[in-house]
Design a protein. Structure first.
Length: 290
């Protein structure tokens, strides 16, 4: 925590150490330390760090189907006489096979729409409250591939970018995940884009939204997002538990830093909730593209 927290230069580490040691005095097993770790994380006061016990971690890696849950998929269609619509859901599990399936399905649907030569695109990130960034970035890669559209600024001011290149999600010089699924090239990539966001767009969903900021002929529409605009790094502990520490804040391609917790990402065009939650939003989005 002391080495990696985004707030490492602001916190009273003497007090944090004293608290942790006091809470752990009577612990005799690793498992008894879990509540101590969890409560110590709250002292970082970053709203995003978390702790996962080994059994929880095992479930995350097994995936949706192994946990008897439905695998989320993007939905895609043509709306309002010629505009492509892509809704990208959250993705909570860390199963690589399911990541591949999610992205392959997205590309197949996008290819079918691209043949129809859409006049523009509506990318729907409403209610995408995050989870795993890799599959979500993979799904939108045909629109942002090659650009260092989002980055992370750590407590020491060092910036590294996430980007999609050579069928992989990369972070700085490192490959985060190499997809087997080949990236598709959209003939309609340069058409105007409207990205829909709302208060339930959070975490990785917000990172996806930020990837479109500064993109040519692109507007964000809706309401302010949730405000979990910070990045996390996972640290595997000796018994298989995971310590997830907030280690940086989101920046967009304009180098704007989203450092205020809860402030969220503001849309270019603010929409009333009643319109944002109705089919009227398609007409409003299309009008903004013209």
């Amino acid at each position: 925590m002391k080495s990696n927290s985004i707030r490492k230069n602001e916190l009273n580490w003497t007090s944090i150490y004293e608290f942790a040691y006091k809470q752990s005095e009577k612990c005799t097993t690793i498992a008894e330390l879990y509540p101590v770790i969890d409560s110590t994380l709250t002292m970082l006061n970053d709203q995003h760090s978390s702790f996962y016990a080994p059994e929880k971690v095992a479930g995350l890696f097994k995936g949706y189907r192994a946990n008897e849950e439905e695998l989320p998929m993007v939905s895609a269609k043509i709306v309002k006489n010629g505009y492509g619509y892509l809704k990208v859901p959250h993705f909570y599990f860390a199963n690589n096979e399911e990541w591949e399936e999610f992205v392959t399905d997205a590309y197949n649907k996008l290819k079918k729409l691209d043949v129809l030569k859409p006049k523009g695109w509506i990318i729907d990130l409403r209610d995408n409250d995050g989870g795993m960034l890799v599959p979500i970035l993979g799904a939108i890669a045909p629109f942002i591939e090659g650009s260092k559209a989002i980055g992370i600024k750590d407590a020491d001011g060092i910036i590294k970018h996430y980007y999609y290149s050579a069928n992989a999600v990369k972070y700085g010089d490192s490959v985060v995940y190499q997809f087997k699924t080949p990236l598709i090239k959209l003939g309609s990539k340069t058409k105007p884009v409207v990205v829909l966001i709302n208060k339930h767009t959070g975490s990785s969903g917000e990172f996806a939204a930020a990837a479109f900021i500064g993109r040519p002929d692109t507007k964000l529409m809706g309401s302010e997002t949730n405000g979990l605009t910070s990045s996390n790094t996972e640290f595997k502990l000796a018994d298989g538990a995971y310590l997830v520490i907030t280690n940086g804040t989101l920046i967009d391609r304009n180098n704007y830093e989203y450092k205020e917790v809860g402030a969220g990402i503001k849309p270019n065009i603010k929409i009333l909730k009643k319109d944002l939650e109705s089919d009227k939003i398609f007409n409003i989005a299309i009008k903004a593209m013209k």
